[in-house]
Every structure is written in C-alpha cells, then in structure tokens.
Design a protein around this ligand. Sequence first.
Ligand SMILES: [Mn+2]
Length: 315
Amino acid sequence: MHICDSEFGKCVGKYSSVLYLCHRNADPDAIGSANALCRAFGGAVGAVDDISRTGEALMGVIGVDVVINPRAEDYDLVVVVDTSVRLQLGGIALSRYALVDHHQDNGLLPDARFYIQRPTKSTAEIVWSILKENGKKPGREAALGLLVGMISDTGRFRRATPEAFHVAAELLEVGGFEYEEALSAISVPTDISRRIAILKAATRAKVMRVGNYLIATTDINSFEGSAAMALVDLGADVAFAAGKHGRICRVSARAGREAARAGLDLAEISGRIARRFGGEGGGHKAAAAFEAGGETKPLLEECKNAAAESLQKNG
Ligand SMILES: [Mn+2]
C-alpha cells in the first residue's frame, strides 16, 4: 500500500519493535536515512553483509550503531531503506516489511505493508519530508547524516535538483552545523587496494565509439562500482565493470550526463540483461548494477550492445 509522507508515523507506530534495514554495502544515504528515521520514530538500524567505506565513516561521525545481518524475525516490522531489489538484501528473510526508497524498480512494492517510493536524488530527501510531515525535528546528528547522504548520492550536488538544494539549506539550518563538516564526513582517503583495482580496470578497458559516445567495458574482480565510475570520470560516456564472484557475475554500470540526457537508462538495461541470465538488478538511469550467472565476457558484450543500441536510437 502506498502511503503519504504524513501517514508514516501512524503506520509505523502500530508496530512495537521496528528495524530500519539498509542494503548490502550500505552507503551514507542508507545509513543517514535509517538513522534519522530510527531517532525520530524509535527502533534499531541494521545492514546486510557490510557497510561501505563512506557509510562507515558517517557511522563514526553521527554515532549510530548498525547491526550487521540482523534477524528480521526478531522485529515486528522491518522498514527497508534506500533499497529497491531483493538482491541487495542478501539472505535476509523478509516477512512483515515496509519500504522507504528513491529508486525506480518496483520489485519490493507488492508485498510491502506500506511504502513510500519516488524518484528523488536521494532517500534522505524523502526522509526529511517524512520527518517534517510528522512534526519531528531532527537533532544535529540526524540532520548531518541526511545531508551527508544527499552529498553522497548527488555526487556532491553535481546531480542535484532545485528541490535537493532546498532540502540541504533546511538541514543546515535545523542541524546548526557547517556545510564543510558534512563534506569532510565522507572525505576518507582511498585505500591502496581500491586504487590498484581502479588502475587495473582502466588499463584493461575496451572502448567502443558510437557516434559521439564512448562506451567502455572492463573486467575486474573487486570494486566494480568504483571502477565504472572512474572510467566515466576518465572520459567514457558509459562504463560497465564486471567481476566474477564464485558462480555469480557482478556488473556495475555508470553513465555520464550526456548519455543520460540522450535517454540511456542503465536501470532498465541492467534489469533486462540480469533477467535473461537468471539474475536480478536495477538502480538509476545513470548508475545501476546487476548480478547474474555466466561469464563476464558475454555479459559485458550484452551490456555494450544494449547501451550502443539505446544511444544510436536516441542520440
Ligand atoms: Mn540512495
């Protein structure tokens, strides 16, 4: 059941123990959003498998405890935060759950007790609206966590909307901290293994030109998301980085502004290819990921062709 932001307090208040659950490799948007909801409405914060590097940095700054791989059955309700596909929840067995999210996949909606999902640039913006509509005033840490989530999901406001800037201004006012403090919360130095992986991904990259667009693919067995993002930073319009993990292939996709503006939809492409290879995936138009069976090479070939087809059609 879809609910309005103002109904969240009433709906979640019907359950006595609530877990706010972040996706696998929880990022600052997930951690900041779950933390603010938990502080406002009561409950616990959990995450699946692990926390991202920047998510962990934020945890320290705002002082939130996150239970890794909590037992969903220990709670009356699980509120899944910043997550749109089951794949991102690993082995967690969901029964009674709700959803607060900003992605565009609807896989978790039909079975949710209630949900709020709309395509904003971050889940944090939705959470801020939920707090306001329910008469909750966040403290300093809760507001800081939300702003850091926004900074992270908007690429430091490079992809921000006018609405996102409004929310950011309100969070700075209510939290009473400096913007610089929020920025430094996620400015953690990149560790050497990630830098090695990214450099390897760059040296192995194959590049195809389609009109004025460049599509890069690369094979790597860790940090696929960082690698795809780095290839876009280096000049690719679209980048796919694939890694083999046991029998499963993980592919991360990123697109630059021009390709996204030309109508490329990586969430759609990821979902479609994943399903064809017995997997699952999704995300956003310009940033998506999937897992599927098979080898990296044919999957990357499929990705490249799908992106090329889309760019030729619209570009
Ligand atoms: Mn997010």
